[in-house]
Design a protein around this ligand. Structure first.
Ligand code: ATP
Ligand code: MG
Length: 462
C-alpha cells in the first residue's frame, strides 16, 4: 500500500481537469448502482424533496462505496433545500451543528444526514460574515454558505466523494472525474491541495483514512503537501480530533492507517508523547502499537467488540517508562511515580485529543492491572480474576510480551491459571512459593512500600 501511496497511477496531466461546471452524466446503463441497494429511507427523502420542488441526491461515501461493492456505513443526502425548508418537510428532522449546519432525519435507529448544497468560501470574502469565517491560516471556522449543486461538488474533499446519484432518474452526476479516480483507485483532492488542507487540516487525516479503507493510492499532488502541513493538526479542536481518531483506528484498517500516519508525519501532532517514544525506542514501540492495532482490526472483522480505552492504553503505554524514570530520578518512589506519570501523560494527551472520562478511567485501570498481575499469592489471584478489568489487563500483558517486554512468563502463568481447576489453581499458587511474595518478579520485589499497599487497598475497580 505504501508503494502505491506515492504513485500517481495514471493521467497525472489530468490535474486541471478535476474541476468542471458541467458534470459527466452516467445513465443507468453506464454504472452498476441500483436504487434498491440504497437505504429506502434515504431514497424516500430524496423523492420527497424532489416532489417538493428541490434538487436532491444521494452523495458522498454511500455512492463511492456502492460503486466499489462495499456496504456503506451511512447514507448522506445533499439538497438545494435549506435546513429550515428540510425541517418543514419532515416531522422527524432535527437541525444540528454550528460549524457546519445540517439536518438529521430519524427513522427508528437509522439516521439520514441531509446537507444543503454549500459553496466554497472565496478567500477575500468579508471575514465578519455570519455564515462563513476563516482564521489567519485560512482554516474555515464556519461553513454555512449555501450554493448550487455545482458549488457543492467543488467544495467536497476528494473527487471520489463528489459523486451525486439521483435514484429517481438513476443517473450519476460526476463533476470532478470521481468515477475515473474510482476506477484507478486514487484519492485525489478537488482543487489546490495546499489550500484545501489549509481550509481544513482534517482532510489530511481523511486522505489517509480513505486510502487505508479502500486500499487506494493517494495521488501525488494530493500527498505532496501533507508532511509540511501536518503540524496544522495542532490547531484542530481536541473534541473533533477525538472523533476523527476513532474513525481512523476503529474502522477495521488501523494497522495500515498507523503506518501511513507515521510516514506522512501526521502521527506526531496527534500523539506527541507516543511519537517521542517511537523515536527513542522504535522497535518496541512500533511492535506494541501495531500489534494492538492488528488485533483491533481482527476483532472488528470478527464482529467482536472493541474498546477505545484499550487502544489508547496501548498507544500511550510506550511513553510511560521514560516519565516514570524521570520522576524517580527526582526522588519519587516507583509506585507514586507510575501513578503521577500516568496522570500527566493522559492530561497532556487530552490537550490534543479530548478522550472522554469514560475512557480515561479504564485506561488507568488497564495500566494499574499491569502492576497487580504479578502479585498473585494468597487470594490475590482469584480476586484479580473476578475483577471486571481482568480480561483487558491480561490481554494487555500479552501485548506487552509480544512487543518484547520481559515478564518472566507471567502471561503464560495467567493463561494456565484460567484453564486450571480449583485444585490446579491451589497448586499453582503454592508453587509460586518464594517467587511471589506479593510483588511478582524482577525489580518490583523490593517495592512494597506502605504507599503501594494503600493504593491497592483503594483500588479503582474493586
Ligand atoms: P464514511 O461515511 O464512509 O466515513 P464519507 O465520505 O461518507 O465516508 P462523511 O464524513 O460521512 O464521509 O462525509 C460525507 C461527505 O461530505 C464526504 O463524502 C465529502 O463529500 C463531504 N465531506 C466530509 N468532510 C469533509 C471535509 N472535511 N471537507 C470537505 N468535504 C467533506
Ligand atoms: Mg458518510
Amino acid at each position: 500500500m505504501l508503494k502505491k501511496l506515492f504513485q500517481s497511477l495514471r493521467s497525472p496531466s489530468r490535474r486541471t481537469q478535476h474541476k468542471r461546471s458541467t458534470p459527466e452524466v452516467l445513465n443507468s446503463g453506464q454504472h452498476s448502482l441500483q436504487k434498491a441497494q440504497f437505504s429506502r429511507y434515504a431514497v424516500n427523502i430524496v423523492e420527497r424533496l424532489q416532489n417538493a420542488g428541490y434538487q436532491a441526491y444521494l452523495v458522498g461515501g454511500c455512492v463511492r462505496d456502492m460503486l466499489l461493492n462495499i456496504t456503506p456505513k451511512d447514507f448522506d443526502v445533499a439538497t438545494s433545500a435549506t435546513p429550515e425548508q428540510i425541517r418543514a418537510e419532515f416531522r422527524n428532522a432535527r437541525i444540528i451543528g454550528r460549524r457546519f449546519k445540517l439536518v438529521h432525519i430519524h427513522f427508528g435507529r437509522e439516521i439520514i444526514e441531509v446537507a444543503t448544497f454549500r459553496a466554497n468560501h472565496p478567500q477575500d470574502e468579508d471575514e465578519d460574515s455570519n455564515q462563513s469565517s476563516r482564521n489567519e491560516s485560512g482554516r474555515i471556522l464556519r461553513d454555512n454558505v449555501y450554493g448550487t449543486l455545482e458549488d457543492d461538488a467543488q467544495r467536497r474533499d476528494f473527487t471520489i466523494n463528489a459523486l451525486y446519484y439521483d435514484p429517481v432518474s438513476e443517473r450519476i452526476l460526476d463533476y470532478a472525474n470521481g468515477v475515473h479516480d474510482i476506477r484507478n483507485r486514487l484519492i485525489r483532492l478537488i482543487g489546490d491541495p495546499t489550500q484545501r488542507y489549509q481550509e481544513d487540516p482534517v482532510r489530511m487525516l481523511r486522505a489517509v483514512r480513505f486510502a487505508a479503507k479502500l486500499d487506494f493510492g493517494i495521488e501525488k499532488h494530493t500527498v505532496a503537501p501533507i508532511r509540511k502541513l501536518a503540524p496544522m493538526l495542532r490547531e484542530i479542536p481536541s473534541a473533533r480530533l477525538f472523533e476523527e481518531v476513532l474513525k481512523l483506528f476503529l474502522s477495521g484498517y488501523a494497522a495500515d492507517t498507523f503506518e501511513m500516519l507515521v510516514d506522512l508525519k501526521l502521527f506526531e501532532p496527534l500523539f506527541p508523547a507516543s511519537f517521542e517514544a517511537l523515536e527513542h525506542n522504535p522497535t518496541y514501540t512500533h511492535t506494541l502499537i501495531s500489534e494492538a492495532l492488528i488485533n483491533t482490526d481482527l476483532r472488528i472483522q470478527q464482529n467482536k467488540p472493541v474498546t477505545p480505552a484499550f487502544l489508547f492504553a496501548a498507544l500511550l503505554w510506550p511513553a510511560l517508562p521514560g516519565r516514570v524514570l524521570r520522576l524517580q530520578a527526582k526522588g519519587m518512589p516507583p509506585i507514586p511515580a507510575m501513578q503521577e506519570a500516568a496522570h500527566e501523560l493522559i492530561s497532556e494527551q487530552c490537550q490534543r485529543i479530548a478522550i472522554p472520562k469514560r475512557f480515561t478511567l479504564p485506561i488507568r485501570e488497564i495500566w494499574d492491572m499491569q502492576e497487580r498481575l504479578p502479585r498473585r499469592s494468597g487470594k490475590r489471584a482469584d480476586l484479580l480474576l473476578d475483577n471486571p478489568r481482568f480480561r483487558a489487563g491480561y490481554d494487555f500483558l500479552l501485548l506487552r510480551e509480544t512487543a518484547g517486554e520481559q515478564t518472566d512468563g507471567l502471561g503464560e502463568w495467567w493463561t494456565d491459571y484460567q484453564d486450571a481447576n480449583d485444585a490446579g489453581r491451589r497448586d499453582m499458587i503454592r508453587d509460586l512459593g518464594s517467587k511471589d511474595d506479593g510483588t511478582g518478579t524482577g525489580p518490583r520485589k523490593r517495592r512494597r512500600s506502605p504507599a503501594g499497599k494503600r493504593k491497592r487497598a483503594a483500588g479503582t475497580d474493586e
